[in-house]
Design a protein around this ligand. Structure first.
Ligand code: PXL
Length: 460
């Protein structure tokens, strides 16, 4: 099933325990892992996240240098004030450095619906984040109250004392952790290039994603928080892992180089992307009304027009928005048949994607009617204008639907070394002559077209 991003709106739920979550973990001052990662992740999925700190982990993107644990009293006081105030049934637990803290935490989470535990034992630079005495307590007692435990392979080895060399070893280790008391076990398989494996006491499930060759800070915490958030929203465990795997893969792909060491996952990438999509659609709508006010109906060609705008990191035509059904001419006016949307124009979207191969800043384009006067006006306005002769178009390009426009851009760039403001061709048998106006934004394109229109009106 296609995953559709849907942050939870508070109206979706009646119980406050479905909108609140808690993280009990260590603080990461560079905000990639720990408490900071957890808060961002829960919020990215539309939940409110309270945070109880167990330890201040002194670290930056290069690694941990020291651990300053909070006293058990301060952890208990934090739990007390938060849980006497907020209705919470979902918790994600990360770093618990000491046995006395584990003991107190255990008392508070007994009645929780979902306890997701990421057993953080050491940092990437092998700094210990849990005392040995606590490790024994976690293995013998703490694990019994856990709904889902999410160790990586190294952590699973330490918790069980078993060596993991094969996928079968991962499965056997899942069973051992389940026998130790965890209701569900998810061992992340990155270190062995394996899938992540979930064991629910009776069945195994495997989760794979495309491989991204980079080590990013904060992935473990973020993955387990995302799973907890999705459980709280009412998803099954299997679905929660599936959604979280996609979320984390996107976060890794778009990681941020914020310091000198490892890159950090972008926890809020989805929200940034959603707001960019909204702005792209709104910008198109605004530009359409600029053109409508100017009433450029006489610029609309026989095949009608479209105005498109692409997302910054567009990869395919689904990332380019335009007007469904095009911009049309009716009764000496321009009209649209629907509001701007993504994946609404194949030809013009393909054109802009090709343009962006050469210049990532030019993300918008519109096709208008060809006339000698329009081209003359463009030149008078000092626009850069390129002409392409479709007679030179190779037969194999001509035969393939949608390839001609891309060929025109490739040829233009080969010839001039740049993307012009305006590209025109004089058509061919069965192909109308056409002018395409390019710009950084739809407003930029609309302004260029409006200037042409005004100049022609002055002349008449
Ligand atoms: O990624 C594990 C982790 C979790 N939480 C905190 C950390 C680290 C790793 O360094 O510092 C607070």
């Amino acid at each position: 099933m296609q995953y559709v991003w849907r942050p939870m709106c508070h109206k979706d739920t009646e119980r406050s325990s479905e909108i609140n979550a808690l993280t009990i973990a260590g603080s990461d001052p560079v905000s990639g892992a720990g408490i900071q990662a957890d808060i961002k992740t829960f919020h990215a999925f539309g939940l409110y996240c309270a945070s109880v700190i167990t330890s201040i982990v002194i670290q930056n993107t290069s690694g941990v240098v020291e651990r300053m644990d909070l006293s058990v009293e301060s952890v208990e006081k934090q739990l007390n004030v938060v849980l006497s105030d907020m209705d919470i049934k979902t918790v994600k637990i990360g770093v618990i450095p000491k046995k006395d803290i584990s003991f107190i935490v255990r008392g508070y989470i007994k009645d929780f619906e979902y306890v997701v535990y990421d057993p953080v034992l050491e940092s990437k630079n092998e700094y210990k984040l849990m005392d040995n005495e606590n490790l024994s307590y976690i293995k013998s007692e703490f694990i019994k109250d856990i709904f889902l435990i999410t160790p990586n392979m190294r952590e699973a080895e330490i918790l069980t004392g078993r060596k993991i060399l094969t996928k079968e070893d991962i499965k056997e280790t899942c069973k051992v952790l389940h026998d130790m008391g965890a209701k569900n076990v998810l061992i992340t398989g990155g270190d062995l290039n394996s899938a992540d494996i979930l064991y629910n006491g009776s069945k195994f499930f495997e989760y794979r994603s495309e491989k991204i060759k980079k080590t990013v800070h904060g992935t473990g915490c973020t993955f387990s928080s995302a799973i907890a958030a999705n459980l709280a929203k009412g998803n099954t465990l299997e679905r929660s892992i599936e959604i979280s795997k996609k979320y984390i893969t996107e976060g890794i792909k778009n990681s941020v180089k914020c310091g000198k060491g490892y890159e950090v996952i972008d926890h809020l990438y989805r929200l940034k992307k959603e707001s960019e999509r909204y702005c792209v659609l709104k910008d198109l709508e605004r530009a359409f009304y600029m053109l409508k006010n100017e009433n450029i109906y006489d610029f609309i060609p026989e095949v009608q027009s479209n105005l498109v705008f692409s997302l910054k990191d567009a990869e395919n035509i689904e990332d380019v928005a335009g007007f469904p059904g095009r911009i049309i001419k009716v009764d000496k006016k321009i009209e649209i048949l629907g509001f701007p949307d993504f994946n609404a124009s194949r030809h013009m979207a393909g054109l802009v994607l090709t343009v962006m191969k050469y210049n990532r800043e030019i993300r918008s384009a519109m096709n208008i009617k060809y006339s000698e006067e329009i081209i003359k006006a463009c030149k008078n306005l000092n626009y850069t204008v390129s002409y392409i002769d479709r007679k030179n178009e190779p037969e194999e390009i001509r035969k393939r639907e949608g390839e001609s426009l891309k060929w025109e851009i490739d040829e233009t760039f080969k010839k001039t070394g740049k993307i012009p403001d305006v590209l025109y061709d004089l058509g061919d048998i069965g192909k109308e002559a056409m002018v395409r106006v390019f710009g950084k934004t739809p407003e930029d394109v609309a302004e260029k077209i409006i200037k042409i229109h005004r100049l022609l009106e002055e002349v008449q």
